[in-house]
Ligand binder design. Structure first.
Ligand code: FES
Ligand SMILES: [Fe+2]
Length: 505
């Protein structure tokens, strides 16, 4: 694991090469969110790629994953998916340029002019709230000759002036000035040369997602039945969830899918990888201990997404939130079934395909202190086939006291952060998978990894027939159905095909 230290990694309100474009955040009122679609200001992404001579046909399915559909039916996965450069290049185009990708949370940019820089695939974008309060996801690339117009990771500004030749843009992306225009750019139509923007942006319960595909289905359709589980994480109280502090980021020499599949429900690693944490007693043994019938719950094949839940029927641990927090919880936007599930839950972890994950859990930073519930959000940012950058946010219910939020942040940092006890364990083993996938031996022998846990006659547990929620639910943690769902969705999107349901849990 390598920590990332970059200049400007902290929100820097003083930064400005052009101070007249900056204004202080204080006093800028938050306004209701407005969603804006079809933001490409001059031409759509498709035509941009076509103008560069890039077509869909240029991206053939790599040989290393040909025939993978049969493997998926058997619960096998070619090792190459974690290392092959051709696979990775296709992922950037077929997965990240066509899926709803998480950009940030509205509480990170509450005021007009607030911005953060983020990525879709490896492409750099600026998430900004413009002067009208609209959320914009702008390509961080000057329309003149491509230099990055924003050089810091967060701040507040009325606009951007390119450091190369000085083209100036409003915080809406509109081009408003070009140096020596009357002498060299007299007939330039400014309105045609604004910053490119993601064609689709949505704010879902405070979560901002963008999609670069002009033909993308709406976010709610993409979310599908998974909404039932997803909403529980963000709508337990009227105020929803609030991001606490800056995101932490760190580099891990493992493929981005390693984290994404893990959060789909790799429950069986907890007893082994995190054994020292369990022995230290900073997690409820019922939450992390060996699966018991009725406590573990895996839901897979849920509109292409998956979730793992640990519940205690008949009890109300409420994800280890204390009464001072749970008294703000009520069904509200949730159904009674959803609310009841939250009430009897110890933890939820899931992945919204492709690279956005969540873990809603209660932990402590000391066996002497009580558990504290919190939500951690993850982005598994691709950085080439053999490396990812993990982005991590800690959230707590908005109504929680400042003291509780401090405690939740502290517990979150001590468990799931670059120095977190759980995190250290995971990033110690994940690179090994990517290393194996990159061996000559794996390539020559077409090595396949085993994802068969819980399949067909491997399992004594059958899908529940009376489960109240959507998807295929199993009352056991001894399964890898969620991981198989992830890779099935991945393969379908990579190949524009539909994989018939295989032999699942
Ligand atoms: S590249 Fe931005 S002004 Fe020239
Ligand atoms: Fe883990």
């Amino acid at each position: 694991m390598r920590l990332v230290f970059e200049r400007g990694s902290q929100r820097d309100r003083r930064w400005s090469v052009f101070p007249d474009l900056m204004r202080h955040r204080a006093g800028a009122a938050a306004r209701p969110i407005q969603i804006r679609d079809a933001l490409w200001q001059s031409r759509p992404a498709g035509s941009l790629m076509e103008s560069m001579g890039v077509t869909e046909q240029a991206f053939a399915v790599p040989a290393s994953i040909e025939g993978m559909e049969d493997d998926l039916r058997k619960g096998l996965l070619p090792a190459a998916v974690f290392h092959d450069r051709d696979v990775y290049d296709l992922e950037l185009r077929r997965i990240f340029a066509k899926s709803w990708v998480y950009i940030g949370h509205e509480t990170e940019i509450p005021n007009r002019g607030d911005f953060v820089t983020r990525n879709i695939g490896e492409d750099p974008f600026i998430l900004i709230r413009d002067e009208q309060g609209e959320l914009r996801v702008l390509l961080n690339a000057c329309r003149h000759r491509g230099a990055q117009v924003c050089r810091v990771q967060a701040g507040n500004t009325k606009g951007f002036v390119c450091p190369f030749h000085g083209w100036a843009y409003r915080n809406s992306g509109e081009l408003i000035g070009v140096p020596v225009r009357s002498q060299g750019y007299a007939s330039l139509a400014l309105k045609e040369w604004g910053l490119f923007a993601a064609p689709h942006v949505t704010n879902y319960m405070g979560l901002i997602f963008a999609n670069l595909d002009p033909d993308a289905a709406p976010f709610e359709e993409y979310l599908g039945d998974y909404k039932w589980y997803f909403d529980i994480q963000f709508a337990l109280s009227d105020g929803g969830m609030e991001v606490l502090g800056e995101p932490h980021r760190w580099l891990v020499d493992a493929n981005w899918k390693q984290g994404a599949e893990n959060f789909c429900g790799d429950s069986s690693h907890t007893q082994m990888t995190h054994r020292s944490v369990l022995e230290a007693g900073i997690i409820d043994s019922a939450a992390a201990g060996a699966p018991r019938e009725g406590t573990g719950l895996h839901v897979h094949d849920c509109s292409g997404h998956a979730i793992s839940i640990r519940q205690v029927p008949g009890e109300a641990p409420f994800i280890s939130y204390p009464e001072e927090v749970t008294r703000h919880f009520h069904a509200g936007a949730l159904s009674q079934d959803q609310f009841d599930l939250a009430k009897r839950s110890l933890l939820h972890n899931g992945t919204l395909f492709p690279n956005f994950s969540f873990l809603h859990i209660g932990l402590s930073d000391s066996p002497q202190k009580p558990q504290a519930g919190f939500l951690t959000l993850r982005v598994w940012q691709p950085k080439g086939p053999g490396q990812m950058e993990i982005w991590n946010w800690v959230l707590a219910p908005k109504e929680a006291s400042p003291e509780y939020k401090r405690r939740a942040y502290q517990v979150g940092m001590s468990s799931f952060s670059p120095s977190g006890s759980f995190e250290q364990d995971d990033v110690a083993v994940w690179p090994g998978v990517t290393r194996t996938a990159g061996t000559v031996f794996a390539e020559l022998n077409k090595v396949r990894f085993n994802y068969q846990m819980g399949m067909g006659d491997m399992s004594t547990s059958k899908p529940l027939t009376d489960w109240v929620g959507p998807g295929v639910a199993n009352s056991t943690n001894a399964g890898e159905g969620g991981l198989r769902t992830f890779h099935k969705t991945w393969y379908e999107r990579m190949t524009n095909s539909k994989v018939e349901a295989g032999d699942h849990d």
